[in-house]
Design a protein around this ligand. Sequence first.
Ligand SMILES: *Cc1c(COP(=O)(O)O)cnc(C)c1O
Length: 420
Amino acid sequence: MQSSIWHPFTQHGLGKQEINVAKSQGAYLYRPDGSRIIDAISSWWVITHGHCHPKIVAAVQEQAQTLDQVIFAGFTHDPAQRVSKALLARAGDHHKYSFFSDSGSTAVEVALKMAVGYWHHRGEKRQKIIALEGAYHGDTFGTMAAGERCVFNKVYEPYLFDVIHVPVPLPGAEDEALSALDDVLAQHGDDVAAFIFEPLVQGAGGMRMYAPEMLKAMCDACQARGALLIADEVMTGFGRTGSFFACDQAGVAPDLMAVSKGLTGGFLPMGITLATQDIYDAFYHEDRAKMFYHSSSFTGNPMACAAAYASLKIWDEEDVFGRINAIADHHRAATEMLQNLPNVEKVTQCGTILALHCKVDDASGYLANIGQEFYDYAMARGILMRALGSVIYILPPYSISAEDLSDIYQCISDFLNKRK
Ligand SMILES: *Cc1c(COP(=O)(O)O)cnc(C)c1O
């Protein structure tokens, strides 16, 4: 069938056919012919409790019959109020306000705009943003600017604002990273508006993991110079790293926190930026010129809110952490076997995320061949996995069974043994 759809992150010139999916349930996707695919990457990191969780389905069905959509400037509704309260409670008492948008990119974009606006409205000239090398914060211009300059955004580089990128304190490179940050702060400290980071795991950058103590040290250094902290928890939030938020493990309390992917359990698109009282107060005024000028048409969509609230309630009602810990235990038990496979440099794990960093002799980076080969191999075995360059990773829905995890480990093992 000739398709008229231009797909994301897809080179149509390679002539590959998209895979049609008709149904989803739990950890599985089903094609129209009924054949099953294990969703080992949670449909691009969004699904938490499993596809079509009955409680989320019911909540959205009910909401759809009551209130579909309403303007969110000057109007409000209970579904959004409930989500805000529940999410702020999950984030501790640190944040006081939720700003709704539609995706991870917009949640981060909003955080950046709030940080810049905060300093402006306070009449302090702080303009520089510090970000981490290898960062990914989204695909809009602002979030691309904060991200690593790479093949994703090369074409747009002349249009991206300047950001100071500092090294990630990866295991073995902690001291260099911390001293590089110290140097930047010594030089620019009084001009730094914010430090933005993916806590503990850099996702799209290749599942690069660093220690909570290192995150804490970087945040302390930035805060000591008065910079705001922006945590991009879009991928790491909602249990992926073993704690509800990754920042929880580091004892870091960011001024702004962006969440999205797992917020609705992966059911509907929504982003939220959490802000402290202090951030909110900088925009609070009788002067309209100081209001936060940002909105998108579907901000606070009631059905997305119903999904998010139902998903947050599942965290209260079901043993979600039990499932997360079980996945983490299976990963840990499989690590030695995976570590000894041909061409595996190292295996790293953070909570439910397991990553195999492979040696590559061909093109390195995101376009490395092993990714495409692996994708095809796994798909032929009925497993959805996408390597990030030479990094093969598993990021499953929490409902995945031990059996399916074993099949995934076996698939990786067979692929690397066959390929060597
Ligand atoms: C996916 C992702 C984003 C962007 O989210 P979208 O919903 O795709 O716009 C931002 N930051 C991180 C860390 C992500 O993983």
